[in-house]
Write a protein that binds this ligand. Structure first.
Ligand SMILES: [Zn+2]
Length: 309
């Protein structure tokens, strides 16, 4: 990519353009360069973890993490957030807080009431909201995403008789917490999706950004939603990672894979998700993805979650 920037500059010099065109080309070059640097930096920060995972597998890898329990203390926040890896997670994570569900706001409200959610969030630059807005021919995806989350919160309040909040997450809040990367260069929200992992969470509220040893990843909830929805969200996350807003297909080559990590409460759950629920992901993406996972040690689960099903 640096080569491409150099080539663009080279051709600009060879044939002097008009001043305005020249300025635009220079801005584009700088912006491209900045984004390339950002992608490279995140990829480098994640590389060691991803290499270790590829060698050991998640089951072995988590044994070496000293404070894995920090990833399991998020259930209390009782909010619904997007699967996006850049936003602070909540108890339930659904693409666009449920904006892609076939049953719309009604279905989202029912589902989130059953999960005990008290806050529905939307966020800036939401890919799921963009997808839904496009399908509905809505002009502004940001507004569309916010309106959806507000509607879900209002529906929930109506049905259960006490207020459910809506909260919009601004771009400035969309980044891993400061202690996730000890690196000082990451001072703002990344403009792309740097994730190389997708979590498929059976525990509810699993938050990988609380544990620096865990790869940064999208989180698809499975605890409170059925396998179709959770698998669909995991598929969407892999698609984003492999697409133009993620590290992209060119990055995931030569053994580099998007790792789908099942966070299971039992060996049976892990096996079932691997063999059945996530089979469509393997079918769609083949060797570009690896399905991995681990069984959460029982003592790390909140007491209420100890009983299965
Ligand atoms: Zn989103």
């Amino acid at each position: 990519m640096l080569g491409l920037v150099a080539t663009l500059r080279g051709s600009a010099e060879a044939k002097p353009p008009k001043p305005m065109e020249h300025m635009q080309a220079a801005n584009l070059g700088t912006e491209q360069h900045r984004e390339e640097q950002e992608r490279a930096l995140f990829a480098k920060l994640e590389e060691r973890k991803m290499n270790a995972l590829r060698k050991q597998g998640m089951g072995k890898y988590v044994e070496s993490i000293p404070h894995l329990e920090h990833a399991f203390q998020e259930g209390k926040t009782e909010s619904c957030t997007c699967i996006d890896e850049r936003i602070p997670g909540g108890k339930v994570r659904l693409a666009g807080s449920g904006i892609l569900l076939s049953g719309g706001a009604e279905q989202a409200a029912e589902l989130l009431i059953a999960a005990g959610v008290k806050e529905v969030t939307s966020h800036e630059g939401c890919g799921a909201a963009a997808l839904a807005a496009k399908q509905a021919h809505a002009p502004d995806a940001n507004v569309y995403g916010q309106e959806f989350a507000k509607r879900v919160a209002a529906l929930m309040s109506q049905k259960i008789g006490y207020p459910v909040r809506h909260r919009h997450i601004a771009a400035a809040e969309m980044r891993p917490p400061k202690d996730f990367y000890s690196h000082t260069e990451i001072s703002k929200s990344p403009g792309h999706h740097p994730a190389q992992a997708v979590y498929y969470d059976f525990t509810g509220g699993f938050n990988p950004t609380k544990v620096p040893e865990l790869p940064l990843g999208f989180v698809s909830s499975r605890r409170y939603v059925g396998p179709e929805t959770a698998t669909h969200d995991a598929q969407l996350a892999v698609k984003i990672a492999l697409g133009a807003h993620g590290l992209g297909k060119d990055y995931f080559q030569n053994g580099r894979q998007v790792r789908v990590i099942i966070v299971a409460r039992s060996a049976q759950e892990l096996q079932q998700a691997k063999a059945v629920e996530l089979a469509p992901v393997m079918q769609e993406f083949g060797e570009t993805v690896a399905i991995d996972g681990f069984v959460v040690p029982r003592k790390l689960l909140p007491p209420a979650e100890n009983a299965l099903n």
